[in-house]
Every structure is written in structure tokens, then in C-alpha cells.
Design a protein around this ligand. Structure first.
Ligand code: MSP
Length: 501
């Protein structure tokens, strides 16, 4: 089965922050997990490089927009690498391959009768790059998201006949209730659609930094349509000489945050339908990571640098923390103190110690050879259908709940050590068979949870799997690998933190 997951493409006028990393890590967890299940996976991320804010930022710096986005694309590529993202391609909307394909799709939309010429008057937020309905305008004609004054715009544009899709979109979401997750976001999208869809500008005339319309050289594509199309165009040119579109379209999951729900849940499927293309299968709308009370964002000036966090804690710890601390789909506060506490109690103690002492005991009591034994029935029962449960949750992009499901078993294994007291068993030769059973169960449990944790903790799970002499990443059930193989000790997976200077 093919599995195609995307992140939003990041604005090329900002610097990467943890909010961007969050969407990337979420998509990466799903991509890695699906690869473990043997699915045919494509994972896309990239940068959104056209539009007014970028042209303006470049002008302020006295450089060309191209120079600005070249620099920022490198920063985002770097961020994506540092969080250990395994994206299969990094799209930039200034790629000639993208531009060409955007032009082709919009021509199709025009040919199908959904484009007309008109005059736009209304409120516009340059930061959102969004034309606001009266209901979306904050007090004093401000943008409720960016808390800046909206501008009154009037210009000649080409329009997209969004209004024609009110009924088809409503029907689509009623008939496919799982398409937008979580459910409350689907309801939000539905109520926006039901409140009435007005046609929207498809192009801008006061701007030159964008994809030119082929039939009107004075106009460039409205940046949101240009940007949304990345999900589709990338498949056409990501692999030289190969078109991946029929293999991966429609996308399995778009991962995005709540501020861009309208564009993804309303404009995007409408535009695809207008071009005779299939809408994405599903989208997951996550919340904001908050520092204190506020969303982290460059324009609000309260950015937590993911690079610093990774340097100190490692990418695994960042990936783990974000999905453990904040329920995926909700807003949630993050903090350095929160990081440290989970690092210490959960990663270092629950998981790191379990791994170290399990391996150490096998080395000490059995010369490193995993005993060939039947596992404890009670322990087996607790592991029963664990991989299936985790798969079912991740099929629904329930990244935090799947992690919780795994962690219950990490804790179970720790309790098993305490209950069975292998160090006591080791003292009496009469208990040798029981010790074999306990050690086998521990190693097997550790192996199963480590495989399941691979998408969350790609580095420490790799170290651990190597120590377990286990090279395959496929998910496995408890008790399926017989003993008789040799394991090694490992240094602490999550060493104690030095106090920062
Ligand atoms: N360029 C558009 C997306 C176009 S997709 C066709 C954009 N870019 S963005 O750089 O502003 O944001 C990219 C993603 O990061 C968005 O989903 C955004 O909501 C998410 N995040 C930005 N800050 C965030 C947090 N503080 N917390 C969680 N995610 C947030 O929007």
C-alpha cells in the first residue's frame, strides 16, 4: 500500500523554530512507522517561497527575494536534518518543476470554467496572505492571528469560483467524517463551509514575486494556491525521469496546524476538484506549542530554538518530549523545566535504565547469551496485540496515544524487574530456569518496545537494536524471537544532564 504524508511548507521569510519542527517530527514519525510496516512511503516537506512578505523582507535587507529564500531554504533544510527527518524530498516553490506544474493545473481550472476576471475589495492580512471575510476581522480592523492592522485592498484580479464548491465540500465531509482529524476541526471546517463560500482571488496584480499566470503576464498566482499545490506538483518531479503522481496521489495525510485549516480544508480540496484531481485522503490538524500562554512564532518574538534544545538533549529527546507533553491535536505548553523532568524520569529512568540493566543482567548472569525459555504467561498477556494497537492508533495519526500505549509496557517491564528480582534468583542454582524465563521475557519485551519506539527515538532505538543484535526494523510480536543470540552492554542511552552554564 502507498502512504504519502506531508508537512506544511514553511514560509521562506522566517527562521525555523520548534513549531515548524513539530509538524516535521509528527510527519516523520508516521513515515518511519509506515516504512516499518513495509508500506511504500513518500514523505514531503519544504519551503513556501513566494508572496508579499518575502518580497518585502528582501527589500528591507537590500537583497533579492531569490537570495532571501535561498538562505532560508538552507536553514529549513538544516532544521529538518537536525530533527532527523527522513523526508523523501524537500520542495521549494521556486523550483522550476513546481512553477511549471502550477501553471498547468491552474490552466486546467480555468479551462473547466472556474476562473473569471473581477475586482476585489476587502480586508487583507499581509502576514497571513489572506483576504478576510467580515467575520474574520478582529476589533479595530485587525488580524486576530497576528494582531496587526488589516489593509483595505482593491484590485483587479482573476477569481476562483470557490462558491461552486460549497455543496460538494459539505457533502464530502459529511460522507467522510474521518477526513479531517480531530473531529472538532472537521466541525469547524463544516461550519465555515456552511456559513457560505465566497469566490476568492486567484491572482494578485500588485506583486511580481510569484508564479506568473500564463494568460495574463501582469498577474501572479495568489500565494496560497501556489503553496498548496506543492503537495501535488512535487510528485511530478521529485525523482528525475519518474512521475510518482499515480503511485502516491491522493496524499494519505496532510499534517498542519490549526491556523491554516481553512486553506487546507476549504480552498485546497475545492481547487483540486476544479482541476479534476482527487482531494487528499485525510488531514490532521494539530495545535500550537505554547511558551507560557502564547504561540511561538517569529512575529510574536517568543521563539524557542530547536537547535539549542537538540544540542543539549538530542533529537530523540525533543521528538519524545513534544508528543508526550502535548496531546497531538490540542494546544499545549512546553517549557525547559518540562523537558528536563521528562528526560530524567521517563527517558533516562524508565527507558534508559530498563535497557541498561536488562542488557547488563544478561551479560552478568548468562555471559550475554539470551536464554532459550518460555516467557511468563502474565507478561506475554500484557504484550498481547501491542503492535496491533499501536498500528491502529497511528493509522489515525494518534501519535501521543500510541506513544502512551508503548510506554505502559516500558513501565510494565520495569515493574517486572522489581517483582521478579533477577539478582535474587541469580544467587540460587535452583532458580536457574526461572531466571532464564525472566531474562528472556525482559529482553523480548525490550526488543518489542524498542521496535515500536523507533519512529519516536530513531537514534537510541538504533543503538539498542544493535546491542540486541537485531538488524530488521519490522514490527514484531512478543515471544517471536527465540533466545540463543548474544547481546552487549550499552552506555546510558540518556545520560544525566550537565547543569547549563
Ligand atoms: N507557508 C504556510 C503553509 C503553507 S502549506 C501549503 C505556513 N507556513 S509557516 O511557516 O507559518 O508555518 C508552517 C507550519 O508550522 C504551520 O502549520 C504552522 O501552524 C506550524 N506552526 C508554526 N508555529 C507553531 C507553533 N507554535 N506550534 C505548532 N505548530 C506551529 O503557514
Amino acid at each position: 500500500m502507498s502512504f504519502y504524508v506531508t508537512t506544511p511548507i514553511f514560509y521562506g521569510n522566517g527562521e525555523p523554530h520548534l513549531g515548524h519542527a513539530y509538524s516535521t517530527m509528527a510527519a516523520d514519525i508516521l513515515a518511519r512507522h509506515m516504512r516499518q510496516r513495509g508500506e511504500d512511503v513518500f514523505f514531503l516537506t519544504g519551503t513556501d517561497e513566494h508572496g508579499e512578505p518575502i518580497a518585502q523582507a528582501a527589500e528591507r535587507e537590500g537583497i533579492t527575494p531569490q537570495q532571501l529564500v535561498d538562505r532560508s531554504a538552507e536553514q529549513f533544510r538544516d532544521m529538518v536534518g537536525k530533527v532527523d527527518s527522513t523526508n523523501d524530498f524537500f520542495i521549494r516553490t521556486t523550483d522550476p518543476g513546481h512553477i511549471e506544474r502550477v501553471q498547468r493545473v491552474v490552466e486546467q481550472v480555468k479551462e473547466n470554467g472556474y476562473v473569471y476576471h473581477g475586482t476585489w475589495t476587502g480586508w487583507y492580512c499581509p502576514r497571513c496572505a489572506d483576504f478576510k471575510n467580515e467575520s474574520e476581522v478582529g476589533p479595530g480592523d485587525t488580524c486576530p492571528i497576528h494582531e496587526i492592522s488589516l489593509t483595505r485592498e482593491e484590485e483587479e484580479n482573476w477569481f476562483f469560483r470557490l462558491s461552486a464548491f460549497q455543496e460538494p465540500l459539505e457533502r464530502m465531509y459529511v460522507e467522510n467524517p474521518g477526513m479531517i482529524q480531530p473531529d472538532f476541526r472537521r466541525n469547524e471546517a463544516l461550519s465555515f463551509i456552511r456559513s457560505g463560500l465566497r469566490d476568492v482571488s486567484l491572482s494578485r496584480s500588485k506583486l511580481s514575486w510569484g508564479v506568473p499566470l500564463t494568460w495574463d503576464a501582469d498577474q501572479v498566482m495568489y500565494v496560497w494556491f501556489d503553496a498548496l499545490l506543492n503537495y501535488y506538483t512535487a510528485l511530478g518531479y521529485a525523482r528525475e525521469g519518474e512521475d510518482l503522481t499515480s503511485r502516491f496521489w491522493p496524499a494519505s495525510w496532510h499534517i498542519l496546524a490549526k491556523d491554516i485549516l481553512k486553506f487546507h480544508a476549504v480552498y485546497w480540496p475545492a481547487f483540486l476538484l476544479a482541476a479534476d484531481l482527487e482531494p487528499p485522503q485525510r488531514m490532521f490538524i494539530h495545535g500550537y506549542l505554547l511558551m507560557g500562554e502564547k504561540k511561538m512564532s517569529k512575529s510574536l518574538g517568543n521563539v524557542l530554538d530547536p537547535f539549542e534544545v537538540i544540542e543539549r538533549f538530542g533529537a530523540d529527546a525533543l521528538r519524545y518530549y513534544c508528543f508526550r507533553e502535548v496531546s497531538f491535536g490540542q494546544d499545549g505548553s512546553i517549557s525547559t523545566a518540562g523537558f528536563e523532568s521528562r528526560y530524567e524520569t521517563e527517558l533516562a529512568n524508565d527507558f534508559g535504565n530498563l535497557a541498561s540493566r536488562t542488557l547488563a543482567m544478561v551479560v552478568k548472569y548468562r555471559d550475554g547469551v539470551v536464554p532459550e525459555a518460555e516467557p511468563d504467561a502474565a507478561l506475554s498477556a500484557d504484550f498481547d496485540s501491542l503492535p496491533e494497537r499501536v498500528c491502529a492508533l497511528l493509522d489515525e495519526a494518534q501519535i501521543g496515544q500510541a506513544l502512551e500505549e508503548i510506554w505502559v509496557l516500558v513501565r510494565r517491564l520495569n515493574r517486572y524487574v522489581e517483582e521478579s528480582q533477577p539478582w535474587v534468583l541469580a544467587k540460587s542454582p535452583d532458580d536457574a530456569a526461572r531466571l532464564d524465563q525472566v531474562l528472556y521475557g525482559l529482553v523480548e519485551g525490550l526488543r518489542v518496545v524498542t521496535l515500536l519506539l523507533h519512529p519516536y527515538l530513531p537514534n537510541s532505538s538504533a543503538t539498542l537494536l544493535e546491542a540486541l543484535d537485531h538488524s530488521a526494523l519490522e514490527l514484531d510480536g512478543f515471544g517471536t524471537r527465540p533466545g540463543g543470540y548474544t547481546v552487549e552492554r550499552i552506555p546510558p542511552l540518556f545520560p544525566k544532564l550537565e547543569a547549563p552554564e
